[in-house]
Design a protein. Structure first.
Length: 187
């Protein structure tokens, strides 16, 4: 314990001598505190760089798994989009084959097409950001956060597309049911 104050006094005295030779007037206690703070900062910097290196090694060990997860999420969005699109196409084909008029069919199809375009662009954005993760990049956590935000946007766009297709199916189904009931009652 006694060696620490002695070191501080010696350091302060040396700094005062240097300051005197440079014609500076800095109090010795301020210089002692300054040198103690610098030593603390140096040890913190060393510890944080070791911690940063450990986190980098850990990230590099999991980089392939992370990239696999990102790719699966991107592919899942593509498959979901393809499924919803196939339902929309089948519904439109059924409506055309049935030949029964639906008053708001054009607006329903326009809504489906608009939401499909938005969903397709969201899926493409997620695919693009899923391939850009690297632990050696300047901000790997920022890249993951961007991917997460894009994925949430994709989910919202796919949900809107699904709702638009459900509305189209519901409208076509009501026309098909009313025409079947009308023809069944005439027989």
């Amino acid at each position: 314990m006694k060696s620490r104050p002695v070191k501080s006094i010696i350091i302060a005295a040396a700094v005062v001598l240097i300051a005197d030779s440079l014609a500076l007037s800095i109090p010795a206690y301020a210089l002692a505190d300054l040198s103690a703070n610098q030593a603390t900062q140096n040890s913190q910097t060393t510890a944080s760089s070791k911690l940063g290196q450990a986190k980098l090694k850990l990230c590099a060990a999991h980089e392939n798994a992370i990239n696999g997860i990102l790719a699966r999420i991107a592919n899942r969005g593509s498959r979901h989009l393809a499924l919803i699109t196939s339902v929309a196409t089948r519904t439109e084909n059924f409506y055309k084959k049935n030949g029964k008029p639906l008053s708001n069919y054009d607006s329903l199809v326009a809504n489906v097409n608009t939401t499909m375009t938005a969903a397709q662009s969201a899926v493409n954005l997620v695919k693009t950001t899923s391939t850009s993760f690297s632990c050696s990049s300047s901000d790997p956590l920022g890249a993951l956060q961007q991917f997460k935000d894009n994925t949430l946007g994709e989910v919202a766009a796919l949900q809107a597309y699904k709702t638009a297709v459900q509305n189209l199916v519901s409208g076509v189904k009501t026309v098909a049911n009313t025409s079947t009931e009308a023809s069944g009652g005439n027989q």
